[in-house]
Ligand binder design. Structure first.
Ligand code: GLY
Length: 386
């Protein structure tokens, strides 16, 4: 009996190590990125596919996701040092060089931090700094001291129902302010703006259980909250998965950026709720209140980064374990594309905007970006991997 048990244990297939998993994923990511790049022009960026195996959908550089493909290339370069990936990262970053000549909104943080921000972080070349400074100045211009938050969308026919809309996603864009404030020529006020936004959001945007509304509408004259709603979730009071992911990552990021522990505590509350409510493989349904419907792999990728950032501060094992579970799920055939498929994207099964009937069960450029970033974060935390 004991012999049988010993034989069964020693013959069981060994689980792939995180090093093996990362080597495999980054090699695939390079192949996919070269394929994706070959389908783009000087003025288009990769957005999604029309359906899981459909046509590539591109967008102009003004689309909120324009920084993610350059960022993906920088993540590949960071992991591997691959020169071709670096050259492609530079080329795709410089595609955004005219962005500030165009109309921008709060997403300037996503757009510039993933492209120019990673370029500076990895190369330390001064050439990337002026655009980051100018972007931060632009974003700071969206702050209203009466509301205490940066505005998301400007008035337009489709946003006419809100006076001063602020979405939880804005938390992510604060990193542009805190990062650029530290550059020569940066403005220390930008950190104050980021902190005020984070604290106002902490006060108004969360329910008692630390789940978050998606869109808040402020009165710009009084600072009062007029409405608490959803844009992309199932219902105003539901838990939209990607909104929760932006909240977790956003507060963990702010804790690391400012060293102010109130943001870490907020991120821990959000993380604990997610740990409680995530399904078995830790890849959430597109809305936590729509169990059994489509998964949103992009939310899992973003959350993994948030959990890892949090773990790097408080060493709570459950956050590391949840992130690893998410990364292992995303690296499995269920979510990871085979080479040459998925239009050149890496991750399958994401949901962009279900109520808007847009981007349902498709790849999305930000799922790829945050997945690779989380693997690099894991390596940074775990040290040299075996
Ligand atoms: N920031 C837009 C989204 O998460 O869909």
């Amino acid at each position: 009996m004991a012999l049988c048990l010993f034989a069964a244990i020693s013959c069981a297939p060994k689980e792939e190590t995180m090093k093996q998993l990362s080597d495999r994923v980054f090699a695939l990511a390079k192949t996919q990125a070269v394929l994706l790049d070959s389908q783009l022009t000087d003025t288009t960026v990769a957005r999604t596919l029309t359906s899981p195996d459909g046509e590539l959908v591109t967008s102009p550089i003004t689309w909120w996701c324009s920084g993610f493909f350059p960022g993906t290339l920088w993540q590949i370069y960071e992991y591997s040092g691959d020169k071709e990936a670096e050259a492609l990262a530079r080329k795709n970053t410089l595609k955004l060089s005219t962005l500030l000549e165009k109309h921008t909104d709060h997403d300037i943080g996503f757009q510039l931090m993933c492209s120019y921000g990673n370029a500076y972080r990895l190369t330390k070349e001064e050439q990337w700094i002026p655009t980051l400074l100018a972007g931060a100045e632009r974003l700071a211009g969206r702050f209203n001291p009466v509301t205490g938050v940066t505005r998301s969308w400007d008035p337009s026919p489709w946003s006419a129902r809100w006076a001063y809309p602020v979405i939880i996603d804005n938390m992510m864009n604060l990193e542009l302010l805190t990062t650029a404030a530290r550059f020569p020529g940066g403005n220390p006020q930008w950190v104050k703006i980021a902190e005020t936004h984070a604290q106002t959001t902490m006060k108004n945007h969360f329910r008692e259980d630390y789940s978050t509304w998606h869109v808040l509408d402020y009165d710009p004259e009084t600072g009062e909250v007029r409405k608490k709603q959803t844009g992309q979730g199932l219902a105003d009071d539901s838990m939209w998965a990607r909104g929760e992911a932006w909240a977790l990552y956003g507060y963990a990021m702010m804790a690391l950026q400012t060293k102010n522990p109130i943001y870490r505590v907020q991120a821990e509350h959000i993380a604990d709720l997610l740990v409680e409510r995530l399904p078995e493989d830790s890849v959430p349904y597109w809305d936590f209140d729509a169990p059994g419907e489509y998964r949103d792999a992009s939310a899992a990728a973003i959350m993994a980064g948030g959990f890892l950032k949090l773990y790097s501060m408080d060493n709570r094992k459950v956050y590391l374990e949840t992130a690893v579970k998410q990364l292992r799920a995303l690296a499995s055939p269920e979510y990871l594309a085979e080479a040459g498929t998925n239009g050149g994207f890496l991750i399958k099964h994401c949901v962009g905007n279900k109520p808007g009937n847009s981007e349902i069960d498709v790849p999305l450029s930000y799922a790829d970006y945050y997945f690779l970033e989380a693997l690099n974060l894991y390596r940074g935390i775990a040290g040299p991997m075996k």
